[in-house]
Design a protein around this ligand. Sequence first.
Ligand code: T3D
Length: 267
Amino acid sequence: MSYQTTYETIDFTIQDGYAELTLNRPEALNTFNAAMHTDLKRVLVDVEFDDRIRALLLTGAGRAFCAGQDLSDRAVSDDAKPTDLGHTLDTLYNPLVRKLRSLPMPVVCAVNGVAAGAGANIALACDMVMAARSAKFIQAFCKIGLLPDSGGTWILPRLVGPARAAALSYLGEALSADDAEQWGLIYRAVDDTDLMHEARQLCTHFATQPTQGLAGIKKALQASWHNDLEQQLDLERDLQQQLGWSEDYREGVAAFLAKRSPVFKGR
Ligand code: T3D
């Protein structure tokens, strides 16, 4: 059974144990506006607490994934006060990144077309990123006098190293999906016609897996960016201790010993 909800700027479906969230302002290249931030905030709170959802798939409608902030909301005449971008990051973009990074399940991004500005970095905040071969990643910020936000200056050097992060950020040139895969920016580039099928298959797979275990992996991998080995060993111990008490661990071991397929319930 599938449950579909349509918001002003996004489509949201729950099916086969995972949720699919589609940015849906194709006529505006799925750029972020106030309504989209409101819709995303509302739906992601539901995702976090709905135990039918064991993975999240994020994608975009139409030819773009997301071209970042809708700049038509940022035009200012000479005598007007510009928008306080510190405030918009603090209240809109940063909470969105934090939410995607902290959801206790894998978040898969299917980048169906151009991902520019915050659109690129929201994609990169997801746990696994697949992209259509025709998609491009563009750190467009430098072209309008800004810096890569939504975690861009944090994640780019970590994923592709300082030299390539600098080139992407200073030049704002388009990086193809194939190059993004080769550089280690994303997991995989796939043929355009295969993207949604492959991304959905991945989410369907995650929906049958030990959700708490996957959430533990997510937490530990993220913490490894700032922990030293001692701290990471302690974290692994603490998380593994909790996972060792989960129903899914018990089921995994029992199924292995009985030489049968496990049935994980996400508990
Ligand atoms: O709160 C805050 O403001 C702070 C946070 C900032 C976060 C950010 O994301 S800042 C960065 C904003 N994004 C950009 O600077 C990207 C701008 N867009 C582009 O560079 C290009 O449009 C694309 C590379 C995304 C796509 O290029 P292309 O050649 O495929 O399409 P196009 O012809 O440039 O765009 C199609 C239409 O979409 C066009 O409008 P038109 O001529 O058909 O009426 C274009 O103006 C519009 N469009 C594209 N991106 C945006 C946009 N309109 C408003 N805002 C956009 N971001």
